[in-house]
Design a protein around this ligand. Structure first.
Ligand code: FAD
Length: 327
Protein backbone atom coordinates (compact mmCIF):
# COMPACT_ATOMS: atom_id res chain seq x y z
CA UNK A 1 0.00 0.00 0.00
CA UNK A 2 1.26 3.48 -0.88
CA UNK A 3 0.00 6.47 1.08
CA UNK A 4 0.38 9.97 -0.39
CA UNK A 5 0.16 13.08 1.77
CA UNK A 6 -1.63 15.65 -0.38
CA UNK A 7 -1.83 19.42 0.02
CA UNK A 8 -4.58 21.78 -1.07
CA UNK A 9 -4.96 25.49 -1.76
CA UNK A 10 -7.90 27.75 -2.57
CA UNK A 11 -8.29 26.02 -5.96
CA UNK A 12 -8.24 22.46 -4.58
CA UNK A 13 -5.51 19.85 -4.91
CA UNK A 14 -2.14 21.49 -5.67
CA UNK A 15 -0.39 20.66 -8.94
CA UNK A 16 2.63 19.23 -7.10
CA UNK A 17 0.34 16.92 -5.10
CA UNK A 18 -1.15 15.70 -8.39
CA UNK A 19 2.43 15.09 -9.56
CA UNK A 20 3.11 13.10 -6.37
CA UNK A 21 -0.04 11.02 -6.94
CA UNK A 22 0.97 10.32 -10.55
CA UNK A 23 4.44 9.34 -9.31
CA UNK A 24 2.87 7.05 -6.68
CA UNK A 25 0.49 5.49 -9.20
CA UNK A 26 3.39 4.66 -11.52
CA UNK A 27 5.26 3.04 -8.62
CA UNK A 28 2.08 1.25 -7.53
CA UNK A 29 1.56 -0.22 -10.99
CA UNK A 30 5.07 -1.71 -10.84
CA UNK A 31 4.64 -3.23 -7.38
CA UNK A 32 0.88 -4.00 -7.60
CA UNK A 33 0.25 -1.63 -4.68
CA UNK A 34 -2.89 0.43 -4.22
CA UNK A 35 -2.53 4.20 -3.73
CA UNK A 36 -4.52 6.01 -1.04
CA UNK A 37 -4.28 9.66 0.02
CA UNK A 38 -4.13 11.33 3.41
CA UNK A 39 -5.00 14.97 3.96
CA UNK A 40 -5.53 17.30 6.87
CA UNK A 41 -8.78 19.31 6.94
CA UNK A 42 -12.07 18.89 5.10
CA UNK A 43 -11.59 18.34 1.34
CA UNK A 44 -13.59 20.51 -1.08
CA UNK A 45 -15.57 18.97 -3.93
CA UNK A 46 -12.81 20.22 -6.31
CA UNK A 47 -10.21 18.35 -4.25
CA UNK A 48 -12.27 15.15 -4.26
CA UNK A 49 -12.77 15.54 -8.02
CA UNK A 50 -9.01 15.82 -8.57
CA UNK A 51 -8.33 12.83 -6.31
CA UNK A 52 -10.86 10.84 -8.35
CA UNK A 53 -9.15 11.92 -11.58
CA UNK A 54 -5.91 10.60 -10.15
CA UNK A 55 -7.60 7.24 -9.52
CA UNK A 56 -7.48 7.55 -5.71
CA UNK A 57 -10.13 5.20 -4.29
CA UNK A 58 -9.81 6.31 -0.68
CA UNK A 59 -8.71 9.47 1.12
CA UNK A 60 -8.00 9.43 4.86
CA UNK A 61 -9.04 12.80 6.26
CA UNK A 62 -7.54 13.86 9.59
CA UNK A 63 -10.00 15.95 11.57
CA UNK A 64 -9.25 17.74 14.82
CA UNK A 65 -9.94 21.37 15.75
CA UNK A 66 -6.31 21.69 16.81
CA UNK A 67 -5.27 21.06 13.18
CA UNK A 68 -6.87 24.27 11.93
CA UNK A 69 -3.39 25.80 11.78
CA UNK A 70 -0.41 23.95 10.32
CA UNK A 71 1.84 22.04 12.73
CA UNK A 72 4.38 19.69 11.11
CA UNK A 73 4.54 17.20 14.00
CA UNK A 74 0.74 17.00 14.21
CA UNK A 75 0.46 16.40 10.45
CA UNK A 76 3.16 13.71 10.81
CA UNK A 77 1.10 12.07 13.59
CA UNK A 78 -1.86 11.95 11.18
CA UNK A 79 0.31 10.39 8.44
CA UNK A 80 1.77 7.82 10.87
CA UNK A 81 -1.72 6.87 12.05
CA UNK A 82 -2.68 6.29 8.40
CA UNK A 83 0.44 4.19 7.84
CA UNK A 84 -0.62 2.12 10.85
CA UNK A 85 -4.26 1.70 9.79
CA UNK A 86 -3.45 0.85 6.15
CA UNK A 87 -0.23 -1.13 6.77
CA UNK A 88 1.37 1.08 4.09
CA UNK A 89 4.99 0.34 3.18
CA UNK A 90 5.56 3.53 1.16
CA UNK A 91 4.80 7.13 2.15
CA UNK A 92 5.07 9.84 -0.51
CA UNK A 93 4.60 13.62 -0.52
CA UNK A 94 5.42 16.44 -2.91
CA UNK A 95 8.77 18.07 -2.17
CA UNK A 96 7.27 21.32 -0.94
CA UNK A 97 8.65 22.95 2.22
CA UNK A 98 5.61 21.56 4.06
CA UNK A 99 5.81 18.11 2.45
CA UNK A 100 9.52 17.80 3.28
CA UNK A 101 9.03 18.98 6.86
CA UNK A 102 6.21 16.54 7.54
CA UNK A 103 8.06 13.63 5.91
CA UNK A 104 11.14 14.35 8.03
CA UNK A 105 8.96 14.04 11.15
CA UNK A 106 7.31 10.87 9.76
CA UNK A 107 10.69 9.23 9.06
CA UNK A 108 11.94 10.12 12.54
CA UNK A 109 8.81 8.75 14.23
CA UNK A 110 9.00 5.52 12.23
CA UNK A 111 12.80 5.36 12.66
CA UNK A 112 13.37 4.88 8.92
CA UNK A 113 15.37 6.69 6.23
CA UNK A 114 13.81 9.43 4.11
CA UNK A 115 14.74 10.19 0.50
CA UNK A 116 14.13 13.83 -0.46
CA UNK A 117 14.07 15.36 -3.97
CA UNK A 118 13.43 12.01 -5.65
CA UNK A 119 13.09 12.14 -9.42
CA UNK A 120 12.53 8.47 -10.16
CA UNK A 121 12.34 4.97 -8.73
CA UNK A 122 14.96 3.01 -10.65
CA UNK A 123 14.05 -0.41 -9.34
CA UNK A 124 11.45 -1.82 -6.99
CA UNK A 125 11.50 -5.19 -5.25
CA UNK A 126 9.92 -6.55 -2.08
CA UNK A 127 13.20 -5.95 -0.22
CA UNK A 128 14.04 -2.43 -1.29
CA UNK A 129 13.46 0.53 -3.56
CA UNK A 130 16.34 2.07 -5.47
CA UNK A 131 15.60 5.76 -6.01
CA UNK A 132 17.39 8.54 -7.88
CA UNK A 133 17.37 11.94 -6.21
CA UNK A 134 18.68 15.43 -6.77
CA UNK A 135 21.50 16.63 -4.52
CA UNK A 136 23.71 19.76 -4.44
CA UNK A 137 20.82 21.96 -5.50
CA UNK A 138 19.99 19.72 -8.43
CA UNK A 139 23.52 19.83 -9.84
CA UNK A 140 24.06 16.12 -9.23
CA UNK A 141 21.98 12.95 -8.99
CA UNK A 142 22.45 10.34 -6.28
CA UNK A 143 21.11 6.80 -6.05
CA UNK A 144 19.76 5.74 -2.66
CA UNK A 145 18.62 2.33 -1.44
CA UNK A 146 15.52 2.30 0.75
CA UNK A 147 15.30 -1.03 2.56
CA UNK A 148 13.36 -0.08 5.68
CA UNK A 149 9.90 -1.58 6.29
CA UNK A 150 8.40 1.82 5.37
CA UNK A 151 10.00 3.85 2.55
CA UNK A 152 9.56 7.61 2.86
CA UNK A 153 9.88 9.59 -0.38
CA UNK A 154 9.69 13.33 -1.13
CA UNK A 155 9.11 13.81 -4.86
CA UNK A 156 11.13 16.57 -6.55
CA UNK A 157 9.02 19.28 -8.22
CA UNK A 158 8.27 18.45 -11.88
CA UNK A 159 9.75 14.95 -11.55
CA UNK A 160 6.74 13.91 -13.63
CA UNK A 161 3.73 15.51 -15.27
CA UNK A 162 0.44 15.26 -13.34
CA UNK A 163 -1.36 12.76 -15.58
CA UNK A 164 -4.95 11.68 -14.93
CA UNK A 165 -5.48 7.97 -14.28
CA UNK A 166 -6.75 5.83 -17.17
CA UNK A 167 -9.62 4.77 -14.89
CA UNK A 168 -10.93 7.60 -12.71
CA UNK A 169 -12.29 6.65 -9.27
CA UNK A 170 -15.03 7.82 -6.96
CA UNK A 171 -12.97 8.68 -3.90
CA UNK A 172 -14.27 7.33 -0.60
CA UNK A 173 -13.70 9.71 2.33
CA UNK A 174 -12.64 8.09 5.61
CA UNK A 175 -12.37 10.61 8.45
CA UNK A 176 -10.33 9.87 11.54
CA UNK A 177 -9.12 11.67 14.64
CA UNK A 178 -5.33 11.50 14.72
CA UNK A 179 -3.56 10.68 17.98
CA UNK A 180 -2.15 14.07 18.96
CA UNK A 181 -0.19 15.11 22.02
CA UNK A 182 0.39 18.69 23.19
CA UNK A 183 4.03 18.30 22.10
CA UNK A 184 2.84 17.83 18.50
CA UNK A 185 1.35 21.32 18.60
CA UNK A 186 4.21 23.27 20.18
CA UNK A 187 5.63 24.40 16.82
CA UNK A 188 2.67 25.58 14.79
CA UNK A 189 1.59 28.45 12.55
CA UNK A 190 0.06 31.15 14.73
CA UNK A 191 -0.37 33.91 12.15
CA UNK A 192 -0.25 34.24 8.37
CA UNK A 193 0.66 37.55 6.79
CA UNK A 194 0.56 38.04 3.05
CA UNK A 195 3.78 39.58 1.77
CA UNK A 196 3.51 42.72 -0.32
CA UNK A 197 3.85 40.95 -3.65
CA UNK A 198 3.86 37.21 -3.19
CA UNK A 199 2.95 35.64 -6.50
CA UNK A 200 5.17 32.56 -6.29
CA UNK A 201 2.36 30.41 -7.68
CA UNK A 202 2.24 32.47 -10.88
CA UNK A 203 6.03 32.13 -11.22
CA UNK A 204 6.16 28.36 -10.76
CA UNK A 205 3.26 27.69 -13.12
CA UNK A 206 4.07 30.31 -15.82
CA UNK A 207 4.63 29.02 -19.36
CA UNK A 208 7.03 31.91 -20.03
CA UNK A 209 9.37 33.35 -17.40
CA UNK A 210 11.41 36.49 -18.02
CA UNK A 211 14.50 36.32 -15.82
CA UNK A 212 16.39 39.37 -14.58
CA UNK A 213 19.76 39.52 -12.83
CA UNK A 214 22.32 42.06 -11.74
CA UNK A 215 22.49 43.17 -15.38
CA UNK A 216 19.20 45.02 -14.80
CA UNK A 217 21.45 47.60 -13.18
CA UNK A 218 19.33 48.71 -10.23
CA UNK A 219 15.83 48.88 -8.78
CA UNK A 220 14.74 51.14 -11.64
CA UNK A 221 16.10 48.82 -14.33
CA UNK A 222 13.08 46.50 -14.55
CA UNK A 223 10.51 48.54 -16.51
CA UNK A 224 11.35 47.03 -19.92
CA UNK A 225 11.62 43.54 -18.42
CA UNK A 226 8.21 43.90 -16.76
CA UNK A 227 6.75 45.16 -20.03
CA UNK A 228 8.19 42.11 -21.83
CA UNK A 229 6.72 39.88 -19.11
CA UNK A 230 3.31 41.42 -19.67
CA UNK A 231 3.56 41.23 -23.48
CA UNK A 232 4.33 37.49 -23.39
CA UNK A 233 1.79 36.83 -20.62
CA UNK A 234 4.47 35.42 -18.33
CA UNK A 235 5.99 35.96 -14.89
CA UNK A 236 9.15 37.74 -13.76
CA UNK A 237 11.85 35.62 -12.09
CA UNK A 238 15.04 37.11 -10.67
CA UNK A 239 18.45 36.09 -9.33
CA UNK A 240 19.46 36.18 -5.68
CA UNK A 241 21.63 39.25 -6.24
CA UNK A 242 18.47 41.10 -7.24
CA UNK A 243 16.56 40.07 -4.11
CA UNK A 244 19.57 40.47 -1.78
CA UNK A 245 20.02 44.04 -3.00
CA UNK A 246 16.32 44.66 -2.39
CA UNK A 247 15.60 45.47 -6.03
CA UNK A 248 12.75 42.93 -6.19
CA UNK A 249 10.90 40.76 -3.59
CA UNK A 250 12.20 37.32 -2.59
CA UNK A 251 9.00 35.70 -3.88
CA UNK A 252 10.37 36.32 -7.40
CA UNK A 253 13.70 34.58 -6.79
CA UNK A 254 14.56 31.56 -8.92
CA UNK A 255 17.12 29.03 -7.74
CA UNK A 256 18.30 26.77 -4.98
CA UNK A 257 17.00 29.13 -2.32
CA UNK A 258 14.12 30.43 -4.42
CA UNK A 259 11.49 28.86 -6.67
CA UNK A 260 12.13 26.04 -9.10
CA UNK A 261 10.54 26.78 -12.43
CA UNK A 262 9.81 24.64 -15.48
CA UNK A 263 8.35 26.98 -18.13
CA UNK A 264 8.20 26.37 -21.86
CA UNK A 265 10.70 29.19 -22.28
CA UNK A 266 12.97 31.02 -19.86
CA UNK A 267 14.35 34.34 -21.12
CA UNK A 268 17.30 34.95 -18.79
CA UNK A 269 18.43 38.59 -19.05
CA UNK A 270 21.60 39.81 -17.36
CA UNK A 271 21.96 36.62 -15.30
CA UNK A 272 25.36 34.89 -15.15
CA UNK A 273 23.88 31.44 -14.57
CA UNK A 274 25.59 30.50 -11.29
CA UNK A 275 25.00 26.89 -10.21
CA UNK A 276 22.55 27.98 -7.51
CA UNK A 277 20.45 29.87 -10.06
CA UNK A 278 20.73 27.02 -12.58
CA UNK A 279 19.31 24.65 -9.94
CA UNK A 280 16.04 26.54 -10.20
CA UNK A 281 15.75 27.03 -13.97
CA UNK A 282 17.35 23.97 -15.53
CA UNK A 283 13.94 22.31 -16.06
CA UNK A 284 12.89 25.04 -18.53
CA UNK A 285 12.21 23.42 -21.91
CA UNK A 286 13.97 26.22 -23.82
CA UNK A 287 16.37 28.81 -22.45
CA UNK A 288 17.17 32.07 -24.22
CA UNK A 289 19.99 34.09 -22.63
CA UNK A 290 20.50 37.82 -23.12
CA UNK A 291 23.92 38.80 -21.81
CA UNK A 292 26.83 41.10 -22.63
CA UNK A 293 29.27 38.26 -21.86
CA UNK A 294 29.41 35.47 -24.46
CA UNK A 295 31.27 33.30 -21.94
CA UNK A 296 28.70 33.59 -19.13
CA UNK A 297 27.57 30.09 -17.98
CA UNK A 298 23.94 30.99 -18.75
CA UNK A 299 24.95 31.77 -22.35
CA UNK A 300 27.00 28.60 -22.81
CA UNK A 301 24.22 26.41 -21.39
CA UNK A 302 21.29 28.17 -23.12
CA UNK A 303 19.62 26.84 -26.26
CA UNK A 304 19.75 30.34 -27.79
CA UNK A 305 21.61 33.50 -26.81
CA UNK A 306 21.66 37.15 -27.78
CA UNK A 307 24.94 38.85 -26.90
CA UNK A 308 24.40 42.48 -26.01
CA UNK A 309 23.03 45.01 -23.53
CA UNK A 310 19.59 44.00 -22.25
CA UNK A 311 18.64 47.68 -22.02
CA UNK A 312 18.93 47.85 -25.82
CA UNK A 313 17.69 44.38 -26.72
CA UNK A 314 14.59 44.13 -24.51
CA UNK A 315 13.05 47.49 -25.60
CA UNK A 316 13.63 46.50 -29.26
CA UNK A 317 11.90 43.13 -28.68
CA UNK A 318 9.03 44.90 -26.87
CA UNK A 319 8.59 47.35 -29.77
CA UNK A 320 8.43 44.48 -32.26
CA UNK A 321 5.97 42.52 -30.11
CA UNK A 322 3.75 45.59 -29.68
CA UNK A 323 3.72 46.24 -33.40
CA UNK A 324 2.80 42.59 -34.13
CA UNK A 325 0.14 42.60 -31.41
CA UNK A 326 -1.22 45.93 -32.68
CA UNK A 327 -0.74 47.68 -29.32
P1 FAD B 1 26.10 38.20 -11.57
O1 FAD B 1 26.72 36.90 -11.27
O2 FAD B 1 26.80 39.43 -11.12
O3 FAD B 1 25.87 38.25 -13.13
C1 FAD B 1 25.36 39.34 -13.82
C2 FAD B 1 25.34 38.96 -15.30
O4 FAD B 1 24.74 40.02 -16.02
C3 FAD B 1 26.72 38.74 -15.91
O5 FAD B 1 26.72 37.53 -16.64
C4 FAD B 1 26.92 39.94 -16.83
O6 FAD B 1 27.69 39.63 -17.98
C5 FAD B 1 25.50 40.28 -17.19
N1 FAD B 1 25.24 41.69 -17.51
C6 FAD B 1 25.69 42.80 -16.86
N2 FAD B 1 25.18 43.91 -17.41
C7 FAD B 1 24.39 43.49 -18.44
C8 FAD B 1 23.59 44.17 -19.39
N3 FAD B 1 23.46 45.51 -19.37
N4 FAD B 1 22.93 43.46 -20.32
C9 FAD B 1 23.03 42.09 -20.32
N5 FAD B 1 23.78 41.39 -19.46
C10 FAD B 1 24.45 42.08 -18.51
N6 FAD B 1 21.39 32.78 -6.85
C11 FAD B 1 20.19 32.72 -7.44
O7 FAD B 1 19.94 33.35 -8.49
N7 FAD B 1 19.18 31.97 -6.88
C12 FAD B 1 19.35 31.26 -5.73
O8 FAD B 1 18.41 30.62 -5.26
C13 FAD B 1 20.64 31.31 -5.09
N8 FAD B 1 20.88 30.61 -3.95
C14 FAD B 1 22.13 30.63 -3.42
C15 FAD B 1 22.40 29.83 -2.30
C16 FAD B 1 23.68 29.85 -1.75
C17 FAD B 1 23.94 28.97 -0.56
C18 FAD B 1 24.69 30.64 -2.33
C19 FAD B 1 26.08 30.62 -1.77
C20 FAD B 1 24.43 31.43 -3.43
C21 FAD B 1 23.16 31.44 -3.99
N9 FAD B 1 22.87 32.23 -5.10
C22 FAD B 1 21.65 32.11 -5.69
C23 FAD B 1 23.81 33.26 -5.62
C24 FAD B 1 24.56 32.81 -6.86
O9 FAD B 1 25.76 32.13 -6.46
C25 FAD B 1 24.99 34.03 -7.70
O10 FAD B 1 25.72 34.91 -6.91
C26 FAD B 1 23.81 34.78 -8.32
O11 FAD B 1 22.93 33.90 -8.95
C27 FAD B 1 24.33 35.80 -9.32
O12 FAD B 1 23.29 36.62 -9.75
P2 FAD B 1 23.36 37.37 -11.15
O13 FAD B 1 23.56 36.36 -12.22
O14 FAD B 1 22.21 38.28 -11.24
O15 FAD B 1 24.65 38.30 -10.96
Amino acid sequence: MIVVLVETDAKGLTTVSREALTFARELGSRSSSAVEAVLVGTPSSETLGSLGEQGVVKVHVAEDDRLSSYAAAAWAAAVCDTVGSTAADVVIAAGTPRGMEVLAHVATRLDVAMAANVTEVTSASDDELLVRRQVVGGAALEEMRLGDPVRVIGVAGHACDPVAAATPATTEVVTFAPTLTERDLVARVVRVEASEADDTGALTSARVVVGAGRGAGGPDGFADLLELTSLVGGALGVSRVVTSLGWRPHSEQVGQTGSRIAPEIYIACGISGAIQHWAGCQSAKTILAVNTDAEAPMVTKAHYAVIGDLHEIVPAVNAELKSRLGR
